[in-house]
Structure formats: structure tokens, C-alpha cells
Design a binder for this molecule. Structure first.
Ligand SMILES: Nc1ncnc2c1ncn2[C@@H]1O[C@H](COP(=O)(O)OP(=O)(O)OP(=O)(O)O)[C@@H](O)[C@H]1O
Ligand SMILES: [Mg+2]
Length: 336
């Protein structure tokens, strides 16, 4: 097999996804690093580290080095990125590939420069950055080169990027600290308030992805979960219903609708008319919440749809620019 050539990377706060030119998705792993508590020596990265969450021996802790759209731990972020890139491109002596990278919007200029340096050390000749909404739109197959308004909403774990694009430019946008993590937190708070039951982040996420919904469901579903009863201090098994999760996520859902509404309000009339015509495209893992597109369509009166494979749209968009530089080179930025 030919070695991997140029790559597109979505460095997300919960997942890192890499798309290789003419190959497709070649890496999709949680953005987690497991380190030794005392020495901070890295023990595992990605899927292996993720599997340690909540069940690590006391001397090891699993960390998400990126949180809420920014870098919480730069060193671990660098090590993780370096590890994933080397894993994909192999050790290179000659023919160093180039890369297009989409970063969380809370990353500062200094961090951007340092990340380009990390990429270079990992064997990448040249790294260029692509705005997240532009990457999401390209990955979702939207035609962004036309002078016509399209709206894309990328719902990640820590952030939601909302943008109206026309002629390849972001005309109006907003990035809000509201994503899947906040839905999980809302579920944790709800169960604590209602049942004095403390569940972990992974349990909350499981409730959201299996029985969670942004619309009331005709058929009630349920999931049995184990948490800790905060009064007795003992583990407790409880049956949670889909109606309860629907109620639990009301706050973040309302916040999301308001944020999109705000961007629509600030969109120039002609472009807003285009968006009403073409609708809203949802990308990112958070877009997979059952009933979300319907809930947005109902609340905003604008037809919303989930892109195909929403979780990987940003990485696909980054990679596609390298497959078709003639059309897309003008969107790429350099950081030296
Ligand atoms: N079926 C599902 N229903 C609801 N939420 C889901 C589903 N599948 C994944 N998610 C959520 O999607 C989020 C991860 O999405 P994604 O991989 O796009 O995030 P990210 O790109 O790493 O984050 P960010 O863009 O904020 O940096 C998680 O919060 C996860 O719980
Ligand atoms: Mg993302």
C-alpha cells in the first residue's frame, strides 16, 4: 500500500479525526491522554487512554488536554497531536506531506504557531489552517464558492460554531461554549437534583446517545444506569426514561436554539432569504442527537438537516482542500 500522503486534521476537544488525501478517514480517536499522576509520564494516548477513564489505577489519570474550545494543557495537546500524526504518516525521511488543520476557536496565535512547529517535528512539511465552519461546510458537500448564503452549524463537545457563508467567506458567525459536554452536564445535574443520584460523565453521555432526544418521543424508552446515592453513599441502580432525559437537556437545547437564532438575526436580509431557502446544515457529533434537526426546524422555522457522517465533516473538509487546491487554496491560512 502506498504511504499516506497529505492529511486533513480536525483537532477537536473530544475527538481527533484525520483524513488522508485520496484515502479517506484514517484515524478517529478520542482526544484523551493517560498520564502517571506523580511523574506526568504519558502511559497511553487516544482510544487506549479513553478506556482508562473512571477505571484507572490510582496512580494514573486520564486527561482531556483540550476543553471548552481551548487548550487546557499545551504540552499534552502537543504530545497527542505528534503521536497521532506520526501514527498516520509514519516516520518520514523524504517526501514530507502537507497538512490542513482545523483548530478549536479558542486557540490563541501563540498556540497556533507552536502547533505548526509540532506538526513540523512530526514530519509535516507545511501546515495550513482552515476555519472550522468552512471546513464543516466543505465536508458536508455544501457549495460554498457560490455567491449564495448557506448556513452551517458544527456542534462539537465543547463548542458550537455557527456561520453563514457566501462566496467562500464567513459573513456572520458566532462560536458559543455549548456542546455535547454541556448536555452531559445537564443530565448529571438533573439526576442529582431529582434522585440524589450521582452518575459519571460517561454514564450521562450514554443516556444522551441512547435514549436522549431533542423532541418528545412517541414511544417511551429507558436505560438502567448505576450511580451513587448521595445520601447513603452506596451504588444504586436506577431506570431512567427518555422523557426524563428530554426534560434534563432543555437548558442547553434552548441555548443552542437561541445562539442560532442570534446569528440569523444578524444575517443581511438577502443572505437570510437564501438560508431560508436552502436550510441549515448540522455537523459535528452533537448533531447526532435524536430529533435535533426536527427541533431546530420547529423552533427556527428554517428547514434543518444533519449532514452525512456529521462527526467527520470537519476532517473531510480539511482533507478535501488538499485534493482540490485549485478550488480551495484561497481558504487556507499559513502560520509560520
Ligand atoms: N448519537 C449521539 N447523540 C448525541 N450526542 C452525540 C452522539 N454521538 C456523539 N455525540 C456527542 O458529540 C460530541 C462529540 O462531537 P465531536 O467529535 O464533533 O466533538 P469535537 O469536534 O471533538 O469537539 P469540539 O468541536 O467542541 O472541539 C460529544 O459530546 C458526544 O457525546
Ligand atoms: Mg469539532
Amino acid at each position: 500500500m502506498a504511504s499516506v500522503s497529505d492529511i486533513g486534521i480536525d483537532l477537536g476537544t473530544s475527538n481527533v479525526v484525520i483524513y488522508a488525501r485520496n484515502r479517506g478517514i484514517v484515524l478517529d480517536e478520542p482526544a484523551v491522554v493517560a498520564i502517571e499522576r506523580d511523574t506526568r509520564v504519558i502511559r497511553a494516548i487516544g482510544t487506549e487512554a479513553h478506556d482508562m477513564i473512571g477505571r484507572t489505577p490510582s496512580g494514573i489519570m486520564a486527561i482531556r488536554p483540550l476543553r471548552e474550545g481551548s487548550v487546557a494543557d499545551f504540552e499534552l495537546t502537543s504530545s497527542m497531536l505528534h503521536h497521532f500524526v506520526v501514527q498516520v504518516i509514519g516516520k518520514r525521511m523524504f517526501s514530507r506531506p502537507r497538512a490542513v488543520l482545523s483548530l478549536p476557536s479558542g486557540i490563541n496565535e501563540n498556540e497556533k504557531r507552536n502547533i505548526s512547529a509540532v506538526m513540523f517535528e512530526a514530519g509535516v512539511r507545511r501546515t495550513q489552517l482552515l476555519d472550522r465552519p468552512v471546513a464543516a461546510a466543505i465536508g458536508a458537500d455544501l457549495n460554498i464558492n457560490e455567491v449564495y448564503g448557506t448556513m452551517v452549524v458544527d456542534i462539537g463537545a465543547g463548542m458550537t460554531d455557527i456561520a453563514v457563508l457566501s462566496d467562500g467567506r464567513v459573513v456572520v458567525s458566532d462560536a458559543v461554549k455549548l456542546g455535547g459536554d454541556h448536555f452531559d452536564d445537564a443530565i448529571i445535574r438533573y439526576l442529582r437534583r431529582k434522585y440524589n443520584l450521582l452518575v459519571g460523565e460517561m454514564t450521562a453521555e450514554e443516556l444522551k446517545t441512547t435514549i436522549g432526544s431533542a423532541m418528545p418521543q412517541r414511544e417511551q424508552m429507558y436505560l438502567d444506569v448505576t450511580g451513587r446515592n448521595l445520601i447513603s453513599g452506596l451504588p444504586k441502580l436506577m431506570r431512567i426514561t427518555s422523557d426524563e432525559i428530554f426534560e434534563a437537556i432543555d437548558d442547553p437545547l434552548t441555548g443552542l436554539i437561541e445562539a442560532i437564532h442570534g446569528v440569523l438575526e444578524h444575517t443581511p436580509a438577502e443572505l437570510a432569504a437564501d438560508v431560508f431557502d436552502t436550510g441549515i446544515t448540522l455537523t459535528g457529533g452533537g448533531a447526532r442527537l435524536t430529533g435535533l434537526a426536527d427541533a431546530l426546524t420547529t423552533a427556527l422555522k428554517v428547514k434543518s438537516r444533519v449532514a452525512e457522517n456529521p462527526r467527520v465533516c470537519v476532517a473531510v473538509g480539511c482533507g478535501r482542500t488538499l485534493e482540490n487546491l485549485a478550488d480551495y487554496a484561497r481558504y487556507l491560512n499559513d502560520r509560520r
